[in-house]
Each structure stands twice: as C-alpha cells, then as structure tokens.
Design a binder for this molecule. Structure first.
Ligand code: N2P
Length: 360
C-alpha cells in the first residue's frame, strides 16, 4: 500500500512539473516596475526567471554564442538589427499579440528602420543618452554660469577638471559615447569613418584623467547618494537617481540634461531568440507588457518613455509633460538615431574604446 501511494505521488509531482511553464527573461537593470513580474506570474501561472545586464555588448555576445536559454531579451535597435541579420531572432507571431493595437504607429514606424515591418520586435521603452548633474555640486565648482546645457561640460578639460573631485562617470557604451564626442566636435554622430571615431576617442582621452569610472548602471545610486556629481547616462536612470535622492531627502538635487548640441535617441526592443525554449510564454509576456496599464506602470516606475499610445493617459502627468522624457518638437530636432555598424566598424570602435578606457 505504502509503495503504491509513493509512486502515485511521484506520478502526480511529475505531471505537475511537466505542466509548470517557465519564462526566462534577460532585460536591462533598473528597467521594470516592482510588481510587473509578479502580476504576469499571477495572471498566467508561468514562472519567470529574471536576469539583468547593462550592456548591449554583453547581450550580443550571449546571443551570437547561442543557447542562452532566454525567451525574451531587450536589445537596443541598432544592435537588434545586426543580430537579426545573424539569424538570432524569430519572427513574432502577431496573432498572439492582440495588444499590438495599442502601440504608437509613428514610433513603431521609426523602430521599423531597424526591423522591417517590426517583424521581430516590439518597443519596450525608449529614451535618450545625455547626462545627469548634481546641480549644487556643479554650481559650487563652476559657478552659476556653468555650461550645464552643453556637452562642453563633459568634453572640455577646463570644465571637467574642476569636477574631478566630486566624481564624474561615463557610460561604458562605446557606440553611444564616441558618437556623442563626434557630434560635439561638429562631426556627424552617425558617421562610420575611422578618422571620425579616432577624433571622438581623442576628445574623450583629453578628459580621461578627470573621469572616476566608466560604468553603465552604478551611476544611479552614486548620483543619488551624492558620491558622484556628473554622469553621462540614460534618461530614465538619471530620473531614478533624482527620485531616490528625493525619497532619501538627502539634499541632493539631480537634473537630467539633453545637451543643446543634441543626443542619441534609442529604442530598446523586446525580441524572442530563435532558440528560445518557450516562445509561447514569450509571446504571452510581450502581449502582457503591451497592456496599457502594465506599460504605464513600468514608465511610472522607471521614468522611461514607452511606445504605447493607449498607455499615455495612465502615465503620470509629471512624466508625460517633461520634455527631457517626452521631448518636444524643438528637442526632437536635436536627437539623432543610432547608425548600425558592420563588423569592421565594430572592431574599430571596440579597439578605440579599450584605448580610451585604459590608455593603451
Ligand atoms: C536601463 C537602461 C536602459 C537603457 N537601466 C539602455 N538602452
């Protein structure tokens, strides 16, 4: 009798296991609301494993190696395009994505420049690459006339040297930092000419001694705590630093700047790897995120713009009304979309970036 009971139990456990669905997500750090995953699990019964990264290069290496085990990843559109060409993503089954109707047609059209007909991807969030400043710390060192609206704050040694003691960080994102420097020099930020990259790299090397570190997620808490005073960073991340400082009531005031010379506008795209173990659950997740309330909750938490037209009325007015998050027409004129680099260009950029960071 005992034996029979045990094996009946083992059988039941086995079938429950077989039925438990798992979804493996790999997303940017600090990029989702606190309750998004729990809500998805409750609604679908699918268990989520959630890992994070802060670099397109790291994600790309995993995607090109294959067998990552991930069902959902969120590359930025220029990287996405190169990875689509390498066969890394599967076409979406749009019959499983009824919430596509909520997406903003004009933004999806913009994103389709990197993924024809939006075949493989849906906008998760989008934003700009500018910088965050601790307004008081910068004013103390550079005076009230500090060029806080200009990349000159970052790229001119006369300015950055005076900020060295309060801490400056740059993104460890060569495909974003080099074009920013090129643009400041009056070159085309979308250029893929080697000499333009070299000029951009030289510009950053001219201020390297004053930079505390190159990193793409550490700056949120450092800015918020007053441990650094200037960080080249992504819009929402800087706003998250501002919100954390406000909550801590620590006297730190953070401002996000889209510099007057212009900034990169990027789109982060949800996509399903060709070898995803559970593409059905992946489609369910993409559709879930496109629910206007879910996507509004994410924007309200991470301070990034989304591409979901129907969610706008659910997003806090403080966010929809901020031109640093949803740029007005004048600011839009100054934003450039990322160029897609071929592998030769990619090698040039990688080599120069190592030199910028290490001096060799
Ligand atoms: C979130 C960073 C996402 C923006 N921390 C990078 N594309």
């Amino acid at each position: 009798m005992k034996t029979i009971l045990v094996s009946a139990f083992a059988l039941m456990a086995g079938s429950a296991l077989a039925q438990e669905q798992v979804l493996n997500i790999y997303n940017w750090s600090d990029y989702i609301a606190e309750d998004t995953i729990a809500k998805f699990e409750a609604e679908t019964g699918i268990k989520v494993n959630y890992d994070v990264y802060d670099s397109n290069e790291v994600l790309e290496a995993k995607m090109l190696a294959g067998n990552s085990g991930y069902d959902i990843v969120v590359p930025t559109s220029d990287f996405l395009r190169r990875q689509i060409a390498a066969g890394v993503y599967q076409p979406l089954d749009k019959s499983k994505l009824p919430n596509l109707k909520h997406m903003d047609a004009a933004l999806m059209e913009k994103a389709s420049a990197y993924d024809e007909d939006n075949t493989h991807s849906v906008i998760y969030m989008w934003g700009t690459t500018g910088f965050g400043i601790n307004t008081n710390a910068v004013a103390e060192r550079l005076g009230e006339d500090a060029p806080t609206d200009s990349w000159a704050l970052i790229f001119e040694p006369d300015n950055l040297s005076k900020l060295q003691d309060c801490g400056v960080s740059l993104l460890d994102a060569p495909t974003e930092m080099l074009p920013a420097a090129m643009n400041y020099l009056g070159l085309d930020p979308r250029s893929t000419a080697r000499e333009d990259f070299e000029a951009g790299a030289a510009k950053i090397e001219s201020v390297r001694d004053y930079i505390r570190y190159f990193h793409s997620s550490q700056y949120i808490s450092d800015l918020a705590n007053g441990d650094t005073c200037v960080a080249v960073g992504w819009s929402g991340d800087v706003f998250q630093a501002q919100a954390r400082a406000d909550e801590a009531d620590n006297g730190v005031e953070i401002e996000y700047v889209i510099p007057k010379e212009g900034a990169l506008q990027w789109f982060d795209m949800m996509a399903i790897p060709t070898d995803a173990p559970n593409p059905d659950a992946a489609h369910a997740f993409i559709n879930f995120v496109m629910d206007p309330q879910i996507t509004a909750d994410i924007t309200n938490y991470v301070w990034y713009a989304n591409g979901n037209a129907a969610s706008m009325e659910l997003v806090d007015a403080e966010i929809t009304g901020d031109p640093a998050i949803f740029p007005d027409d004048a600011t839009k004129q100054n934003l450039w979309p990322a160029a897609v680099y071929d592998s030769r260009t990619d090698r040039v950029v990688t080599r120069l970036w190592t030199k910028v960071k290490t001096g060799q």
